[in-house]
Design a protein around this ligand. Structure first.
Ligand SMILES: Cc1cc2nc3c(=O)[nH]c(=O)nc-3n(C[C@H](O)[C@H](O)[C@H](O)COP(=O)(O)OP(=O)(O)OC[C@H]3O[C@@H](n4cnc5c(N)ncnc54)[C@H](O)[C@@H]3O)c2cc1C
Length: 276
């Protein structure tokens, strides 16, 4: 903390190095100093207790394969399993992934669905930051120059909640052109809990809160029949604004629409099958 406080933006934190090292090699980042978090005890722990606390140095792979997390918050291991390759997941950390704030990253959509809190520290003290405020734009987070992320925590969703994560990319190694995370909980024949997060289509990953509110309480049959309508609402609300070589705004809008539709249809079908 002291080092970061003294050196400020001149020092970069080094976690798994998967994103920072390529930037250093290409001289796109030229910090005066690197502060490695590798030897700080306790930063790579996963603690599960009515929710979970996950240290910033926990690798994406450790989250993907954690039996406890698969049980309490399956969306997070699911989204982590979509990150690049086993190599990148084994080296890259959840803290580095979030702090890098790259468009099309996978874990942020899961953390948004879980309403996670990010823990940051500096020599000035500790602060909790809502995941919804953390990423501010392309490669930009809300962290101050002297702050370091130490971990994340969230309350477990209901055990009956079910999740889907759809990622659209050209190759498995690539970041998402669009990614849609959906969480639903059906009670009887109604959807009583709905969470939708979208990434890869604009400067920051977002939740589709209006669509969530509008479709909350929807009967299962209507939801399944009109899943395309919900997809349309989400696409309109999140307003894809990114156009690049991988896809236009319009293409991304279609991916969001299709992702939500497919997710809802498969989640509703699995619930219907389960309850007979
Ligand atoms: C080939 C390739 C493909 C990839 N594909 C995907 C993908 O499909 N999906 C996906 O989600 N990600 C993907 N990534 C990114 C990957 O998940 C990285 O692991 C992640 O972005 C960075 O994690 P890291 O631990 O390596 O961080 P580092 O590279 O060490 O750091 C990244 C940035 O975050 C800062 N930082 C790191 N930790 C902290 C901290 N605790 N507090 C404050 N600042 C911190 C660093 O200073 C640096 O600016 C890919 C990366 C590569 C190389």
């Amino acid at each position: 903390m002291e080092l970061k406080s003294r050196l400020g933006s001149g020092a970069r934190v080094l976690s798994g190095g998967q994103s920072l090292v390529p930037l250093l090699r290409q001289r796109l980042a030229q910090p005066d100093a690197l502060i490695s978090l590798g030897r700080i005890a306790g930063l790579a722990d996963i603690r599960v207790n009515g929710g979970a606390s996950i240290g910033a140095m926990t690798t994406v792979r450790a989250i993907e394969v954690s039996p406890e997390l698969r049980k309490v918050a399956p969306i997070l291991p699911l989204a982590c399993s979509s990150v690049a390759s086993v190599h990148v997941r084994t080296m890259g950390t959840i803290g580095g992934n979030l702090c890098h704030a790259e468009v099309g990253s996978d874990p942020p959509q899961a953390l948004l669905l879980l309403d996670a809190q990010v823990d940051a520290v500096s020599a000035r003290g500790h602060r909790g930051i809502s995941i919804h405020d953390f990423v501010q734009g392309y490669f930009t987070s809300v962290l101050d120059d002297d702050e370091i992320v130490t971990g994340f925590s969230f309350t477990a969703p209901s055990p009956s909640a079910r999740f889907s994560y759809k990622k659209y990319s050209l190759r498995a190694m690539d970041l998402a052109i669009a990614a849609v995370g959906v969480g639903v909980d059906f009670v009887g024949d109604r959807c009583e809990w709905l969470r939708i997060a979208v990434g890869g289509v604009g400067p920051r990953p977002v939740r589709a809160r209006q669509a969530e509110a509008d479709w909350h309480g929807c009967p299962l049959n209507d939801l399944t029949r009109n899943a395309g309508g919900l997809g349309e609402d989400v696409a309109r609300e999140v307003e894809p604004s990114l156009s690049d070589v991988f896809g236009s705004e319009g293409y991304r809008r279609r991916l969001v629409r299709a992702g939500v539709k497919q997710a809802i249809e498969s989640l509703a079908a699995s619930y219907a099958e389960e309850v007979g």
